[in-house]
Design a protein around this ligand. Structure first.
Ligand SMILES: NC(=O)c1ccc[n+]([C@@H]2O[C@H](COP(=O)([O-])OP(=O)(O)OC[C@H]3O[C@@H](n4cnc5c(N)ncnc54)[C@H](O)[C@@H]3O)[C@@H](O)[C@H]2O)c1
Length: 328
């Protein structure tokens, strides 16, 4: 069995690689070619946490995974990851475990790549300004994904915690400077989204984190953080302005995400307003963007198929490169 750490994965797998395989994952989702039951969620109310168990099997890949990811939102205040995880990759021919991967990093990569895939497919070609709201554990890969798919001049980053915003912006200027965009820490979400073509929200918020009336026409928004019915990052005011609403998986979003469930319940939108899953667009079954003025919303809660396809692709590259530690 191969043990693959974050550093091992970084050596063999890029954000661009992740975006390509996550697009494949979203196609498998809509084709029904991946058996991925809705995840088991066991609440740890005492610590506001939960344990999530995410299984997936795809015959086409001859592989299965189980990701164990535990969400403990207060960890960040103690310098610990809020979504620690491991991914177990299993050989689909023998049932033997092939690898254990650093699931915290696999999650960051594939979650960033979901936004990257959505922006690559749905955003207008000419985007200049990006906005990132939330600068915690998932933020770096969200930022890189944005930069990987559009040539941006500037990305404004904002977090409720001002120190974290500044530290994140500094770190990203060092790590992602090669993309050539200015990375600027700002003091409010209004300042972040003003004139932004691409907007990402990645927070555990329970109230909208931006003003939906201030999103400019032509913008594409990826909402990543809301994975429980009471959680909400997206301002419902943007929904009537949006001409299209896409999901990573409609089934998963409607099982979990307050971003969509709350406005549905309040009658701000109906199910007729849903355009489809991103996989439908990738497979040519649904229209994507039709002009540069449309506001487009993408909601992602994350699906186990993303972990399966990403883990398998990382494993294959690691074997070729001789990366990782073999545990016999
Ligand atoms: N969609 C997916 O596939 C997926 C995958 C992993 C994590 N998530 C979710 O994404 C969210 C973020 O995850 P993380 O690991 O980065 O969390 P984190 O705890 O590391 O960071 C969250 C950040 O959001 C900031 N924040 C909270 N409320 C805010 C607000 N109103 N405005 C601006 N900033 C605010 C916090 O200060 C913190 O810096 C969580 O809800 C997590 O469960 C989604």
């Amino acid at each position: 069995m191969l043990l693959l750490s974050r550093e091992d994965i970084k050596k063999v797998f890029t954000m661009q690689d992740a975006i390509e395989v996550v697009k494949k994952a979203f196609c498998l989702v809509v084709e029904g070619e991946c058996d991925a039951p809705i995840r088991t969620n066991i609440r740890a109310k005492k610590h506001d946490g939960c344990f999530l168990f995410m299984p997936a099997y795809a015959q086409e890949l001859d592989a299965a995974t189980l990701k164990v990811i535990n969400i403990f939102p207060h960890n960040i205040d103690h310098g610990l990851p809020s979504s620690p995880a491991q991914v177990f990759l299993i050989d689909g021919k023998t049932g033997i475990m092939s690898a254990v991967l650093d699931g915290t990093y696999v999650t960051q990569l594939r979650t960033g790549a979901a936004t990257g895939a959505a922006f690559e497919v749905l955003a207008k070609k000419d985007c200049r300004i990006g906005a990132l709201i939330g600068t915690g554990g998932q933020a770096a890969t969200q930022l890189e994904a944005m930069l990987a798919v559009r040539k941006l001049e500037e990305v404004r980053v904002y977090d409720l915690n001002g120190e974290r915003t500044e530290a994140f912006a500094d770190k990203m200027r060092n790590e992602l400077g090669g993309y050539g965009a200015r990375i600027v820490a700002v003091q409010s979400s209004d300042a972040a989204i003003e004139d932004a073509d691409l907007v990402v929200t990645v927070t555990p918020a329970t109230k909208p984190v931006f003003d939906g009336t201030k999103i400019k026409s032509g913008a594409t928004i990826s909402c990543v953080g809301s994975y429980q019915p009471h959680m909400q990052e997206m301002d419902p005011a943007v929904l009537p302005r949006a001409s299209k609403i896409y999901f990573d998986s409609k089934e998963a979003v409607l099982a979990e995400s307050g971003d969509i469930l709350i406005p549905l319940e309040k009658g701000v939108i109906t199910k007729d307003d849903f355009t489809g899953d991103l996989g439908d667009v990738l497979l040519g079954k649904t229209t994507g963007r039709e002009n540069d003025d449309e506001i487009i919303v993408f909601e992602t809660v994350g699906v186990a198929t993303q972990d399966l396809v990403t883990a398998k692709a990382i494993y294959e590259k690691a074997v070729v490169a001789g990366a990782g530690y073999r545990w016999e």
